[in-house]
Design a binder for this molecule. Structure first.
Ligand SMILES: [Zn+2]
Length: 254
């Protein structure tokens, strides 16, 4: 039984979703994403699409789906961000939106920081969980900046999941009381690397996600990693925590 804490189903085919299900993915969180030429209208449509189109698609494939809504650092509109965010709280009712995200840094800079802080403050006000994106480039530096902003503007530490964590950033993230997400995909963590990391760190406050749909890559990165974890003899409890239980606990969907 697998819980993908990081999925982008809108760019995956129905067959891809079926394949995920066939390889054991039973639950998944569809996160707010980026798309070409983002506008405030495009963002509102994206949120509606995640709720009204992607959730039913996941269900049809046999995957229990949840949604996180937020303005991705690569999808900040030139105008109207404030209005988009003002419309978010209404969408959080109904139980299927489990977090604000993914938000964070892509390249950094004042626009990204402003959008991030505004969303962190919203999460603090409404006591929402947040899923944070960290960039591949200069990851440690941007993660440190992100964590500093979370401390001064964000919700309580246990409601924060930092995605795309690496061997160097996981300890920083966990030390602040947050959750760290390992992204098992090409160009991120390979399944082998994920096993090495888990061997060193254990499973506490770690979740696994595929980021499938973000770009061409390894659709089955998550099942592959869990399969390797099982074969590495790390123990059934630890594997179950990483594969399913931790995500279920973090997102509060027991
Ligand atoms: Zn993503």
């Amino acid at each position: 039984m697998l819980f993908d804490a990081h999925l982008h189903p809108e760019t995956l085919s129905d067959l891809d979703l079926e394949s995920l299900r066939a390889f054991g993915v039973e639950r998944a969180v569809a996160l707010g994403h980026h798309f070409p030429e983002p506008t405030s209208r495009g963002l509102r449509e994206h949120f509606r699409d995640l709720l009204d189109v992607q959730l039913p698609r996941l269900e049809r494939a046999g995957i229990r789906g949840y949604v996180a809504l937020g303005v991705h650092p690569r999808a900040i509109p030139r105008r109207g961000l404030h209005d988009v965010l003002a419309g978010l709280p209404a969408l959080f009712r109904g139980g299927r939106v489990v977090a604000l995200g993914e938000i964070g840094f892509h390249r950094g800079g004042p626009d990204e920081e402003e959008a991030l802080v505004e969303q962190l403050e919203l999460a603090r006000r409404l006591s929402l969980r947040v899923v944070l994106h960290t960039p591949a480039l200069d990851k440690e530096r941007w993660t440190r900046r992100l964590l500093a902003l979370v401390r001064s503007h964000g919700p309580q530490p246990g409601r924060v999941l930092v995605e795309h964590a690496s061997a160097r950033t996981v300890p920083l993230i966990l030390a602040r009381g947050h959750w760290a997400g390992l992204t098992v995909n090409v160009g991120e963590l390979t399944a082998d690397r994920a096993v090495q990391l888990v061997r060193k760190l254990g499973s506490r406050r770690l979740t696994l996600g595929s980021d499938a749909g973000d770009r061409p890559g390894d659709l089955l990165g998550l099942p592959r990693a869990v399969h390797l974890l099982e074969r590495a003899g790390l123990g059934r409890t630890l594997v179950a925590q990483l594969a399913f239980r931790n995500a279920r606990r973090y997102f509060g969907v027991e």
